[in-house]
Design a protein around this ligand. Structure first.
Ligand code: ZN
Length: 403
């Protein structure tokens, strides 16, 4: 296919995914539109598609207010939290021990300092969940404060570019919570022991979402799985994270539409990388427990197509023969370079199951993972995308696996 045609296609996909569909967070109408669009495109290109229905929750953020006497503080509702209307004394903890040593039950608990340095992993998240996080969550559930107010700093590596970031983002955790900036937290610290009025209008809405898997080829014993998450964080168009990944899959599906090689190719639009319960990923794992050993390679695209710098391919335990071919690919495609290994992303699932993987992203993002302030914010929009880079990725992958 002509590069010009591919360019027009990619631009139209970008418009559909980031502009015509206003949001793609799991549980939203836009998310369902995006997955059905993806399924239709793949199916029209002759891929055999399979859809899994997922039970999820959508979330409505009605805002929150926090008052101590006649002083009010700026707070945000933690995503997927339960709402509340409580009046209770304020207590503070900055580490696990301080939660253990105080009478917490029924009080408004301010978490600040050390304990609020990084987002706590959702309680049912299985891929990465430090003991420290599990202990904090378990202790909170045991001691049951009336509500949790967290004061969080900047932590781009773990929270994207979001400041302040919600310490808790977990629809399975039932203690209402809100969050605020570090500065606001410092002001609130002077109110320890006083009565805090917290009102949070946050609603969980049961909803459906879909995971889409498309296949081509016959050999079930040797599979290459190419993945990109189709969901985006609420409140962002998710252009680089991860409409471009989905566009790369769509273009690749087109380039491979006459594929007749001796491996099974599987293209997966994962639904949930940016959602607390990663439902699409969990569903895929459940269905493929027995088949991971047949996966000879995972290629996961996330964060690709940023306007600055090259595209980065990072390699994880890729066997020699495939690695040699990948090196030829790097030499052939000028805009692609080898990237450092980065663990966050759906490729980590395959690595954990012992499959070789290639993670595809933008070099700029991989190198600025600690400091960038774009991911998960409204700044992640179509203005920062260069579709030519997405096309180059699709062409390179077609070259790598297409025969
Ligand atoms: Zn992502």
């Amino acid at each position: 296919m002509e590069t010009k045609q591919l360019y027009q296609k990619s631009m139209s996909y970008l418009k559909t995914l980031c502009e015509e569909i206003p949001e793609r967070c799991v549980g939203s109408e836009g998310n369902r539109r995006a997955t059905s669009f993806f399924e239709r495109e793949l199916s029209s290109l002759g891929w055999q598609t399979e859809i899994s229905e997922l039970d999820v929750i959508d979330w409505e953020d009605g805002g929150a207010t926090l008052r101590v006497a006649d002083q009010s503080f700026n707070v945000l509702v933690s995503p997927y939290s339960l709402g509340c209307s409580v009046q209770a004394p304020l207590i503070n903890a900055s580490c696990l021990e301080e939660i253990e040593q105080q009478e917490i039950t029924g009080k408004n608990l301010l978490l600040s300092g050390e304990i609020a340095k990084e987002q706590l992993m959702p309680k049912n998240f299985v891929f990465y969940n430090p003991d420290e996080h599990r202990r904090i969550i378990a202790l909170l559930e045991q001691t049951r404060p009336a509500a949790i107010i967290s004061a969080t700093g900047r932590n781009a590596a773990l929270a994207g570019g979001v400041y302040p970031f919600p310490l808790i983002e977990d629809g399975d955790f039932d203690i209402p919570s809100v969050y605020m900036t570090e500065e606001e937290g410092k002001k609130l610290l002077s109110c320890i022991g006083k009565l805090v009025m917290l009102q949070s209008r946050s609603t969980r809405i049961p909803a459906k979402a879909y995971n889409v898997v498309a296949r081509k080829g016959k050999n079930l014993d040797e599979r290459i799985v190419i993945t990109a998450h189709i969901d985006a964080k609420k409140g962002t168009p998710g252009a680089i994270d991860n409409a471009t990944g989905v566009i790369a899959l769509l273009l690749l599906a087109e380039l491979l539409k006459d594929y007749d090689g001796d491996r099974l190719l599987e293209i997966v639009a994962f639904n949930g990388e940016d959602y607390y319960a990663v439902p699409g990923q969990m569903d895929y794992i459940r269905k493929n427990q027995e088949y991971f050993r047949n996966i000879v390679l995972n290629i996961n695209i996330d964060g690709a197509g940023y306007k600055e710098g090259k595209s980065a391919f990072s390699f994880f335990d890729v066997p020699e023969a495939m690695r040699a071919k990948a090196n030829d690919m790097l030499a052939k495609f000028d805009g692609i370079t080898e990237g450092i290994q980065w663990p966050q992303g759906d490729h980590s699932i395959f690595i954990q199951y012992g499959c070789p993987a290639i993670a595809v992203s933008s070099q700029w993002f991989v190198e600025h993972i600690e400091s960038q302030e774009i991911t998960h914010t409204p700044k992640d929009n179509t203005d920062i995308v260069d579709c030519r880079k997405v096309i180059e990725i699709a062409e390179a992958l077609n070259w790598l696996i297409g025969k």
